[in-house]
Each structure stands twice: as structure tokens, then as C-alpha cells.
Write a protein that binds this ligand. Structure first.
Ligand SMILES: Nc1ncnc2c1ncn2[C@@H]1O[C@H](COP(=O)(O)OP(=O)(O)O)[C@@H](O)[C@H]1O
Ligand SMILES: O=P(O)(O)OC[C@H](O)CO
Length: 484
């Protein structure tokens, strides 16, 4: 019986495919960078055709190197909230994908808030009125892109996993974790909600069917043979599963393009009074498990911006050595609101700032301030989670940025908390493999699948309280200046 799992991990900056054995050993990987298109201030788009072509190329490369007949199932995980519009008859995209970072619907969100809709939206969806979520992106696209209206019944709308599974199998489905990020689904029922559809002007007939995160979602013949797709989840939920956050209170932080902290909440829907999000952690056999989430919009993308736009660094990795080259930030703070500020501030129109510069400031201080901004943002979230009654006992970290040891230690220091990092950092892909393992009957449940998780490393706090307080107070002033 085949027991290898092929995972498709379609992230914001790159798409990849990975092969795992049943004990969690990563066997093979293939990755391609994606074009980031910034057609104007606050606008972020992807080309759905490029996403599909590169994803298929990566999956085919890995499948072609695997032993014939060894792949049991496919798991899909993806950047969330990003919306794709396509023609279900021709299978062709009808417009660019509007990416989760895109802020074009800030005025619409402001109007809906002024009209008093936020409380009801939050109660139904666990989310807030912010351009981050898919609903206003869909509303904006249907109003401004006539080709979508012209497509009539042929218009299909979905988040990235929905687009990929349509291309792989022809089915128009989405899983409950991804659906929970659209602001169109009632989080308590796991179904599209008529009131929300009418508020955002979205026609149900264009939306996918909402399904579990593990099961039989169709087969694809595009990778050689016929392989079933058995697992599906948004990338942050998949990372939480890959980090074995299976008990209420277990918390993970993924530092990729953005940074997302999720605390598992069990079967009871959590509510936040401090502007955190309630979200579906996973849905299996129709039963939903929930999580409380803090979303930081800018993390690794700040390092990419320093590298590609400002040209202050040559590689992401060299930030570690540069940060270590100075004893402290020299009074420099960087608030990375390059696409607004996410939780707990939710200021979509805020813009980034570097403050505290003097003639003594060097490139190293700015780079260090950029890295320090990660722990500062995480510290704001730690306070919000604590105020909502969710204290973190330790933090399980992962994501591309966590290759940086200095950063992992700074997180432990600033949060005054044990930080645990798996030796194998691709926990998002691992979580999708665990779901596909459950969906294909390789494992009875997620507890059994958690044996796929490998060795762990630990970072413990070493910073004195006074240094921490000085940093946090400098950060607080810098944020106040940005949000006025
Ligand atoms: N050593 C490092 N130090 C700081 N940032 C890093 C380092 N290595 C990678 N990154 C950043 O991590 C991000 C990639 O993380 P990844 O988890 O692959 O992202 P995604 O899943 O969002 O595509 C990039 O933005 C990159 O700049
Ligand atoms: O591409 P990532 O890994 O930064 O994840 C993006 C998130 O899913 C957005 O909500």
C-alpha cells in the first residue's frame, strides 16, 4: 500500500511541492518564486495562471522523482483570503487574484463600519471589517471588473486552494478553514450566511461548497497515475496542526511573509474583546475546532523590501550577522506598516515609519530595528491574548524567518517565554501531510498523525527586565506616532 504524501504548499512569495514518508521524513521538495505585482499604493495582485502553472510544475517534478505508485494522497495548503475569479467552463482566470495584503477596499470597510455593521460581522464570522478578508475584495471586483458580471453563471470565485483543486479535479470546493477567512461564512455553522452574502453583495451560486479538512476530495490524473486529494487547510491552520497544537492553549507563531499566531481553543468558539480573530482550526467529520488568531501583516516581506526595494541588504540571511554587529538598536525603531497594521491595532491606512534616527545611526541599526519589530509585534499580541484570557505557556515557532537564530532568541527574550522551534521548519507542509494522512486512512486521527513531528530546539529568555521595558516603551511611542 503506498504511504507517501505529496503536499502542495502555495504561499504568498513562493509555491512548492514536498514529499513526506509516513513517519514525517521530508523526502523531496521543489519550489518556485511567484511574481508579486504592486500596481499602485496598497494594491497587491498575483497571476492565477502563474500560480497554477508553477504549482503544477513543482508537483510534477516531485511526483516524477517519487517511486512509481508510492504516493498515497495529496494535501493542499495555501495563502489564505486571496481571491481568484475564473470561468468554470473554460477553466481560465478572469482577473488578477487580489492578495490578502491588498488594501484597496479600505474605504468600503470604513463605510461599512460607519454604518454600524462591524459588531454583527464580528459576531457571525469571528473576523473584523478589514480589507484583509476576502468578502470586500470580492465585492470590489464584482463591481469594478465588468468581465466578472459578463461571465454570468460561468463565474467561479474561490480562495487559492479552491482554484488549485478546481484545476486538479474540476470540483468547486473549499475547506472550512479557508472559508472561515472570507467573512462570508457563519463560523458557528460552517455554512455561507445569507445575511453576509447580502451585506457584501455576493451571489452564492459563484461560491464553492464548504467541506472538511480531511476526506476524499477527488482524484487528479495530472501527476501520473490517479492520486486522491485527501487534505486541505489554510497555511496558518496547517502550521498549527504541523506544530501539534492539538490541545486548548497550545500556541504557534509562523513567521513567513506575514506572521500569524494561533492559540488552539478546542470545540468552543472563542470570542475576543481585544480585536483578535476567531477562526476555524480544523473541521473533521463535520466537527469544528476553533482557534484565536493574531495576524501580523508584515514580517518576512519587510526583509524582502529591505533587500529588493531599498537594497539595504543582499540576502535575507545576512540580517542575522548585521543585527549581531551592533549591541542594540541605537534608539532606532521600525514600525512595518507597509500594508497597514494588523492585530491588535487594525489600522489599514497606517503607513510604515523608521524613527529615532541620528548621525550615529547606521545600516546595522535599521536592519536590527527591522528584526526587532517582529518581537515587538508579537509582544503586542501576547498582551491582547492575555487580556482575552489566553496566556501563552510557550510559543512554537516556524516559517522562513525562523531560520534566523538571533530572531528566535529575541522573541524568547522580548516575550519572556520559552520559544520552541522544530528542526524541520516546514510545519505548514507537515500539517497538510498530516491532514492528507488522516483523510486517506493512513492515520486514525490527528493525535496519531502528530507522530510525524520531528526533533525540537528550545530558546529560553536571557534578557533583563529593564532592557525589555526600554524596548517596549520605545516601540509603543513609535506605533503611536504611526497611528496618530
Ligand atoms: N535568515 C532569515 N532572516 C530573516 N528573514 C528571513 C530569513 N530567511 C528567510 N527570511 C524571510 O522569510 C520569508 C519566507 O518565509 P516563508 O515561510 O517561505 O514564506 P511564505 O510561506 O509566506 O511564502 C521571506 O520573506 C524571507 O525574506
Ligand atoms: O504566505 P504566508 O505564509 O505568509 O501566509 C499568508 C496567510 O495565510 C495570510 O492570511
Amino acid at each position: 500500500m503506498p504511504d507517501h504524501i505529496l503536499v502542495i504548499d502555495e504561499g504568498t512569495t513562493s509555491t512548492r511541492a514536498m514529499l513526506f514518508s509516513a513517519d514525517g521524513t521530508p523526502l523531496d521538495t521543489e519550489q518556485q518564486e511567484l511574481t508579486q505585482s504592486y500596481p499602485g499604493p496598497g494594491l497587491v495582485e498575483h497571476d492565477p495562471a502563474e500560480i497554477w502553472d508553477k504549482t503544477l510544475a513543482c508537483a510534477r517534478a516531485v511526483a516524477s522523482r517519487a517511486a512509481p505508485g508510492s504516493i498515497r494522497a495529496i494535501g493542499i495548503t495555501n495563502q489564505r483570503e486571496t481571491v481568484v475569479f475564473w470561468n468554470r467552463r473554460t477553466g481560465e482566470p478572469l482577473a488578477p487574484a487580489i492578495v490578502w495584503q491588498d488594501r484597496r477596499t479600505a474605504p468600503l470597510c470604513r463605510r461599512l463600519k460607519e454604518d454600524g455593521h462591524e459588531t454583527a460581522v464580528q459576531a457571525k464570522t469571528g473576523l473584523l471589517l478589514d480589507p484583509y478578508f476576502s468578502a470586500t475584495k470580492i465585492a470590489w471586483a464584482c463591481e469594478n471588473w465588468p468581465q466578472l458580471r459578463e461571465a454570468g453563471d460561468d463565474l467561479a470565485i474561490g480562495t487559492i486552494e479552491s482554484w488549485l483543486i478546481f484545476k486538479l479535479t474540476g470540483a468547486h470546493i473549499t475547506d472550512a478553514t479557508n472559508a472561515s477567512r472570507t467573512a462570508l461564512m457563519a463560523i458557528g455553522s460552517g455554512q455561507w450566511d445569507d445575511g453576509l452574502l447580502s451585506l457584501f453583495g455576493v451571489d452564492r451560486r459563484h461560491l464553492p461548497e464548504i467541506v472538511d479538512c480531511a476526506g476524499s476530495f477527488g482524484e487528479t490524473a495530472l501527476l501520473g497515475g490517479s492520486i486522491p486529494i485527501c487534505g486541505m487547510a489554510g497555511d496558518q491552520q496547517a502550521a498549527a496542526i504541523g506544530q501539534a497544537c492539538l490541545r486548548p492553549g497550545d500556541t504557534k507563531a509562523t513567521f513567513g511573509t506575514g506572521a500569524f499566531i494561533l492559540t488552539q481553543a478546542g470545540r468552543r468558539l472563542p470570542t475576543s474583546r481585544h480585536r483578535l480573530l476567531s477562526t476555524i482550526a480544523w473541521q473533521l467529520n463535520g466537527e469544528r475546532h476553533y482557534a484565536l488568531e493574531g495576524a501580523i501583516f508584515v514580517a518576512g516581506s519587510l526583509i524582502q523590501w529591505l533587500r529588493d526595494s531599498v537594497k539595504l541588504i543582499r540576502t535575507s540571511a545576512e540580517t542575522e550577522e548585521i543585527a549581531r554587529s551592533v549591541p542594540d538598536n541605537g534608539g532606532v525603531y521600525l514600525v512595518p506598516a507597509l500594508s497597514g497594521l494588523g492585530a491588535p491595532h487594525w489600522e489599514p491606512e497606517a503607513r510604515a515609519a523608521i524613527s529615532g534616527l541620528s548621525f550615529a545611526s547606521t545600516r546595522a541599526h535599521i536592519v536590527r530595528a527591522a528584526l526587532e519589530a517582529m518581537a515587538h509585534q508579537a509582544s503586542d499580541l501576547k498582551s491582547a491574548f492575555a487580556a482575552d484570557g489566553q496566556d501563552w505557556a510557550k510559543l512554537r515557532v516556524d516559517g522562513g524567518m525562523m531560520a534566523n537564530d538571533w530572531l528566535a532568541q529575541d522573541l524568547a527574550d522580548m516575550l519572556d517565554l520559552e520559544v520552541e522551534r522544530p528542526a524541520f521548519a516546514e510545519t505548514t507542509a507537515l500539517g497538510a501531510a498530516m491532514l492528507a494522512g488522516v483523510g486517506s486512512g493512513l492515520f486514525a486521527d490527528l493525535e496519531e498523525a502528530a507522530a510525524m513531528r520531528g526533533k525540537l530546539e528550545s530558546f529560553t529568555p536571557k534578557m533583563d527586565g529593564k532592557t525589555r521595558e526600554t524596548r517596549l516603551s520605545g516601540w509603543k511611542h513609535a506605533v503611536e506616532a504611526v497611528i496618530g
